[in-house]
Write a protein that binds this ligand. Structure first.
Ligand SMILES: [Zn+2]
Length: 271
């Protein structure tokens, strides 16, 4: 499932081909993904100029000069294809630009979504209105977490997955950040010390920034047709490494289940 770094890498890759471009052809090739495509999508976007791209949590934003923003979510299996040789049956939305590029949103499982929102009203869009701060912004600071987690008895791991506390964090990077900050994922959120929160915030920012950088280096190889944006191999410290040696001590990485999802941790290193 694409997480924040993959979405950020995707947005940066799309920006190379879309920023400043006029959308000369816009096509939906079925009626819906997880939800129907917005009515009027093709009419509103055709002939519009892309004024900029951005990311909010795990959503990609394509701003156009008609005061609207296309918001996409990659769901479980979504990805953008740049200049595919030919369109496939999972390419559900196609954008063509004045510079001759074709971008296809491919989503075999169709858990993704596309919305069209007034640019001036983005902050009030329901999926954005309740979001916590962006993890890579200065708004995510130890003081914010101390306030948000005070008195909370839920496990710190589950609280970090709550998008109202931090926007866009998913399972992989929460596991990795808690390991790097040496915090037990099972610890009641309200009992995590201020010193530990002081380690956690830079750990969150570092694991995300490293993943984005890894994606960016992969991106340089995307000259070939059918290049897919947003997926890259990354070495994780604990995620997916059950039974393998901890990289920091002589212990072994364990997998537990929290809130119905796997957590990987080193019980020696994380307290
Ligand atoms: Zn360890």
């Amino acid at each position: 499932m694409p997480e924040l770094p993959e979405v950020e890498t995707t947005v940066r890759g799309l920006a190379r081909h879309l920023a400043g471009q006029v959308l000369t052809h816009v096509e939906t090739r079925r009626a819906d993904l997880r939800r129907p495509f917005p009515p009027g999508l093709v009419q509103v976007l055709t002939g519009a100029r892309v004024t900029g791209l951005a990311r909010r949590a795990k959503y990609g934003l394509i701003h156009v000069d008609r005061d609207v923003t296309l918001i996409f979510h990659l769901g479980m299996s979504g990805r953008w294809r740049i200049d595919p040789d030919e369109l496939g049956k999972h390419d559900h939305l196609v954008l063509e630009t004045g510079s001759g590029h074709r971008l296809a949103l491919c989503d075999p499982r169709r858990f993704g979504s596309v919305d069209l929102v007034d640019t001036a009203a983005l902050a009030a869009w329901p999926a954005f209105a309740a979001l916590g701060p962006e993890p890579l912004s200065d708004a995510l600071a130890p003081a914010h977490l101390a306030t948000a987690l005070a008195g909370r008895s839920a496990a710190i791991k589950l609280m970090l997955l709550d998008q109202r506390i931090v926007a866009g964090l998913g399972n992989i990077y929460v596991c990795e950040a808690l390991y790097r900050a040496r915090i037990d994922p099972r610890r009641a959120a309200g009992t995590v010390s201020r010193a530990a929160l002081g380690r956690l915030v830079p750990a969150i920012k570092a694991v995300l920034a490293e993943a984005i950088e890894a994606g960016g280096s992969t991106l340089r190889d995307y000259a070939q047709p059918d290049g897919e944006l947003g997926y890259f191999a990354k070495q994780f410290d604990v995620y997916g490494r059950e039974g393998e040696p901890c990289r920091s001590c002589s212990g072994t990485v364990r997998r537990i289940v929290q809130g119905g999802r796997s957590t990987w941790l080193c019980p020696n290193c994380q307290k």
